[in-house]
Design a protein around this ligand. Structure first.
Ligand code: ZN
Length: 269
């Protein structure tokens, strides 16, 4: 039969598929003779155990692989071990490629949908993703910005503080909320926080309080767009108030006065 799994360390023995899933029986291909633990002892067969592992979905269906996994005992160190199978993940009941698949797909699918697709429970999918993020954070270090921006984004019904590097035009971090209780310890413990020279923010008072308390050297600027919006709102209010008191004929004459107000002085008339 064709090799259904296409994995180097496993031989496909049997494939049964129904509407719900594929069930594959397989065996390890690499017989080991020398103990991988003590590196010298000879290994003797010590029975076997049936184990199951989830694999990447095929034809839109989850795949489960059953392996009759050989056990060995080392005649030198006397330890027992399962035959090594390189394509299996060391932490989960899953193939290594399924773990890679979950890591990748977690960015575009919900944990629940992904769990259904691969037939693992949602908690396992979440743990795979958490491990991934942990590895990533240990490897990647964002440099603390010299000019830092605090913005907010509404995600799933809640405002989250987005920390940006204005000089590099990149996102530096995303906080679960914009509450003082979250931001205060965050900025207090921020690595290299002394390198922050400027902080740009909107006029939400918590940001100012937090920056004053934790980054005393940084100078605060309220960003241009927020000031502009406030100025526009004020102008609009004023315009409506003036218009309201005008007689009808004059009001009609000033129909497009909003644009008149937005023109430069020299170009009016
Ligand atoms: Zn050994």
């Amino acid at each position: 039969m064709t090799d259904f799994l296409q994995l180097r360390s496993l031989n496909t023995l049997e494939v049964v598929g129904d509407d719900e899933r594929y069930v594959v029986k397989a065996e390890g291909v690499a017989p080991v003779a020398t103990c991988p633990l003590c590196k010298v002892g000879r290994l003797h067969g010590h029975g076997s155990q049936e184990q199951s592992f989830q694999d990447t979905p095929t034809h839109g269906k989850p795949v489960v692989v059953f392996i009759q996994r050989r056990r060995y005992r080392c005649i030198s160190c006397n330890k027992t071990l399962f035959e090594p199978v390189a394509d299996l993940d060391s932490k989960r009941q899953a193939t290594a490629r399924l773990v890679r698949y979950i890591r990748k797909e977690s960015f575009t699918k919900t944990f629940a949908a992904l769990a259904r697709e691969v037939d693992l429970d949602e908690k396992t999918v979440r743990h795979v993703f958490d491990d991934f993020i942990e590895e990533f954070e240990a490897k990647v270090r964002f440099r603390t910005p010299r000019i830092l921006g605090i913005d907010e984004l509404k995600i799933i019904g809640q405002y989250r503080a987005m920390i940006t590097n204005i000089e590099r035009k990149t996102v530096f971090d995303l906080r679960p909320s914009r509450a003082k209780a979250d931001l205060l310890p965050y900025f207090r413990n921020l690595r290299d926080k002394d390198t922050i020279e400027w902080v740009a923010m909107d006029m939400y008072p918590v940001y100012k309080q937090v920056v004053r308390a934790t980054l005393p050297q940084a100078r605060i600027v309220v960003d241009r767009f927020h000031i502009q919006r406030m100025a526009n709102d004020a102008l609009e209010k004023l315009r409506k108030r003036i218009r309201k008191d005008l007689p009808a004929r004059q009001r009609l004459k000033l129909k497009d006065e909003r644009f008149l107000l937005l023109k430069r002085h020299a170009r009016r008339g």
